[in-house]
Ligand binder design. Structure first.
Ligand code: NOJ
Length: 561
């Protein structure tokens, strides 16, 4: 099979607003990114996924686009962007842009036109329905609280917005919308971009009739997800996009797809189906949520986490391709979430990296993960900027929820945990800006920053660097099959990878307790060599087919027959 460059590469995600500010306005920008490219080269990443940098009123920090062919003023100019791309390519770094086409901004000229009258030529670019019994057309709930419908005065009906009311859903049933999308994709591809991360791409096809969902007791709205996730025409649309655009370029594509099973995963990513290269699934992001969802914070259920990831590993092996991630701009920081961001911050961050990077798929690193950045606990809702967090808080306060409990949920789960400025050094504002940052800096930047990490050969940064380099060297990391072992352990995440006559044994202690791990019988008689581990002292921890793991310790052994 033809070797695909995105299979042994590691992707680094940049959230531009929070990465590096070059002009003192407190907002990260494109020249700031260009100035930090040598940092990425030092880490060894080969691909950057850049969250949206297009013109946007920033209701949802760029995920609401008002001009798909222009750069956001706050981020710089098209010339700045071209220079950044050039500098990336010179360093052998490829650029994957964010493609947000389930919805546009309500300030996009298409929508500005569409909302004017029922006979406007752009009307059918969006999804419109009449109200029902003096209420919204159906009972679906928006991801950002409240109904998915917004009343539009001039036309006397409602438009659909799965996200904020400033993010109206585009109507993919309309051929013209699809060809507009393909044209704007070609615009960027012809400028030399190396791929797309496709925002909520499995939501572009809605079930005709947009039926009501089931309302859970105590709720006003229903999820409706079954009527817009993995909808009836989504594969047809992606195959059309592939045929008309993707197949004509040497690029990588990753679809953001909530609510998918591995069977969906195969449909989206099996190469013979000609849709996408890989997807982001979200099942493993729910393992610390209680029955009431994301804000109902529960302790990590490790057995469930392992089960989910193992299922994705085995079900996609040879049939599709996984993305591997713990963090992104929508998720809390993993070292705070599944690790220990206190005493064992460094050990647990490295353990989590090991656990993820030895699986099959393309790993993603979210800015700051490589230095072990942690969640933040801002004292007041006034300190938060994220629309999801703020809307949820206001809605629940109005319903009489307890403020202290709400803040606890926000501290654990708010998307702003990932969006505090990148911590570059110990200067004011972590070296991110000379001005006032658009969102507070995590006060721990004196201890946690990139400069310090680069000066310490045992830092989390260099550990990631080694993992990235190892993936290039060892085909087993890329190609090997996956076998979960000790699946019932509530402390240990252990697995094997098998490839030709080699095996990897990957042991990860998810606790601060010491553990003794027995090796599986299949390894008896073989001699393993320690490949990597997160404790500096590498004295042999194993004897007679077992390993003693210290708090949050990770060890990987490589066996050859
Ligand atoms: C997923 C993006 O990752 C998130 O940040 C955004 O709010 C929604 N899609 C809507 O575009």
């Amino acid at each position: 099979m033809e070797k695909q460059w995105w299979k042994d590469a590691v992707v680094y995600q940049i959230y531009p607003r929070s990465f590096m500010d070059s002009n003192g306005d407190g907002i990260g920008d494109i020249p700031g990114i260009t100035a930090k490219l040598d940092y990425l080269t030092a880490l060894g990443v080969e691909v950057v996924w850049l969250s949206p940098v297009y013109q946007s009123p920033n209701d949802d920090n760029g995920y609401d686009i008002s001009d798909y062919r222009a750069i956001m003023d706050e981020f710089g100019t098209m010339e700045d962007w071209e220079r950044m791309l050039d500098e990336m390519h010179k360093r052998g770094i490829r650029l994957v842009m964010d493609l947000v086409v389930n919805h546009s901004s309500d300030e996009h000229p298409w929508f500005v036109e569409a909302r004017k009258s029922k006979d406007n030529p752009y009307r059918d670019y969006y999804v419109w329905r009449d109200g029902k019994n003096g209420r919204e057309p159906n009972n679906w709930e928006s991801f950002f609280s409240g109904s998915v419908w917004e009343y539009n005065e001039p036309t006397g009906d409602y438009y659909l917005h799965l996200f904020s009311k400033k993010q109206p859903d585009l109507n993919w049933e309309n051929e013209k919308v699809r060809s507009e999308v393909y044209e704007l994709m070609k615009f960027w591809l012809d400028k030399g971009v190396d791929g797309f991360r496709m925002d909520v791409i499995n939501m572009i096809s809605k079930v005709p009739g947009l039926p009501d969902g089931n309302v859970e007791p105590g709720s006003e709205y229903a999820s409706g997800a079954q009527y817009y996730m993995n909808g009836p025409r989504v594969h047809e649309f992606l195959q059309e996009m592939n045929e008309q655009v993707l197949s004509r370029y040497d690029i990588m594509t990753v679809g953001e797809t909530g609510g998918v099973t591995p069977e969906h995963g195969v449909l989206y990513t099996n190469p013979e189906r000609k849709e996408l290269n890989m997807i982001f699934q979200f099942e493993h992001m729910d393992v610390d949520s209680g029955p009431l969802g994301k804000w109902d914070v529960a302790p990590l259920d490790l057995v469930r986490l392992k089960k989910i990831l193992a299922k994705w590993q085995t079900d996609l092996h040879g049939r599709g391709w996984n993305s591997l991630y713990w963090d992104n701009h929508d998720q809390p920081r993993v070292v705070s979430r599944f690790g220990d961001d206190g005493k064992y911050r460094v050990e647990s961050a490295k353990m989590l990296a090991t656990c993820l990077h030895f699986m099959q798929g393309t790993p993603y690193i979210y800015q700051g993960e490589e230095i072990g950045m942690t969640n933040v606990q801002f004292p007041s809702i006034e300190d938060y900027r994220d629309i999801e967090t703020i809307n949820m808080y206001n809605e629940r306060i109005a319903k009489g929820f307890d403020q202290v409990e709400l803040m606890k949920g926000i501290h654990a789960k708010s998307r702003d945990n990932a969006r505090t400025p990148m911590q570059w050094d110990e200067r004011e504002n972590a070296g991110f800006t000379d001005g006032t940052p658009w969102i507070g800096v995590n006060p721990n930047y004196h201890e946690i920053n990139a400069k310090q990490a680069m000066e310490d050969k045992n830092s989390i940064f260099y550990y990631y660097k080694e993992l990235i380099a190892m993936r290039k060297r060892l085909p087993i990391m890329v190609e090997g099959s996956f076998e979960l072992i000790h699946e019932d352990s509530t402390s240990l995440f252990a697995y094997l990878r098998h490839y030709e006559n080699e095996t990897l044994l990957v042991l990860n202690n998810f606790t601060a307790d010491e553990l003794t791990v027995e090796w599986p019988d299949s390894l008896s008689g073989l001699k393993g060599e320690r490949l990597i581990g997160n404790y500096e002292d590498v004295e042999s921890r194993s004897a007679d087919g077992e390993t003693n793991l210290r708090p949050w310790e990770s060890i990987v052994y490589h066996f050859r027959k």
